[in-house]
Design a protein around this ligand. Structure first.
Ligand code: SF4
Length: 223
């Protein structure tokens, strides 16, 4: 499986080139973006983050001190703004609890223990948690999303019904614990699923078609 996953990675990297993820100016901005991007597209997140920057709020202290309703108004472009403002507040409250003094402190200890702790924070599910660990903390925690499940189930490497943990375990157990590899791999999966392996896949020019179960079975909706 290791070689198969690495060959897929190499093929995607050759097709799309490095993606330079995560698009953010700081690890804290990554954390905020990972929470805001739930159930919306990245363009909306960028508008919300731009608002936070303009108001001078994009810091742990800034988000801690602003009233929740005002924060909700600021992140309105990201959608579900009342829910997301509460989630940001929960994350910030957690960040300032237990004598933590910021993100560097948060990432200083055992990251596997941090993952367990982060998953206890309301509104931080596994995808958000692993995005924070990988892209803000530079920890080797593979990120799984709906694109990952779609692509690898079509390739025939996982069940379409596989759970988040089952998919993540496949990557974590098969690949070396390499932050740069995990960073690029997730970004390439997202790019490929936006460009080719869409809900209605564009298989005709897909670089993975000759190893794809979906394509072999003739399920493609494209010529
Ligand atoms: S051949 Fe089609 S289904 Fe298979 S990975 Fe490519 S786009 Fe997706």
């Amino acid at each position: 499986m290791r070689n198969v996953l690495l060959e897929i990675f190499d093929t995607l990297l050759a097709a799309y080139g490095p993606r330079f993820w995560w698009p953010a100016d700081s690890p804290f901005e990554v954390c905020v973006g990972a929470i805001l991007t739930q159930n919306t597209n990245w363009g909306n997140v960028e508008k919300a983050i731009a608002n936070l920057k303009r108001e001078g709020l994009l810091s742990p202290e800034g988000l801690r001190d602003i009233p929740t309703a005002q924060l909700a108004e600021c992140i309105r472009p990201a959608g579900y703004f009342n829910v997301k403002s509460a989630r940001l507040k929960d994350f910030i409250a957690w960040l300032f609890s237990e004598q933590r003094v910021g993100l560097a402190d948060m990432f200083a200890g055992d990251w596997q223990e941090l993952r367990v702790d982060l998953l206890q924070v309301r509104g931080i599910g596994p995808e958000t948690c692993d995005s924070i660990l990988l892209y803000a903390g530079h920890k080797p925690s593979f990120v799984v999303d709906a694109y990952t499940k779609r692509l690898f189930s079509r390739l025939g490497l996982i069940s379409p019904k596989a759970s988040y943990d089952e998919v993540r375990d496949l990557f974590m157990e098969s690949l070396p614990a390499d932050v740069e590899l995990f960073n690029e791999y997730h970004a390439l999966i997202v790019e490929h699923c936006k460009e080719r392996c869409r809900t209605r896949p564009l298989c005709g020019e897909c670089v993975l078609r000759f190893r794809c179960e979906y394509y072999r079975k003739g399920s493609s909706v494209t010529p």
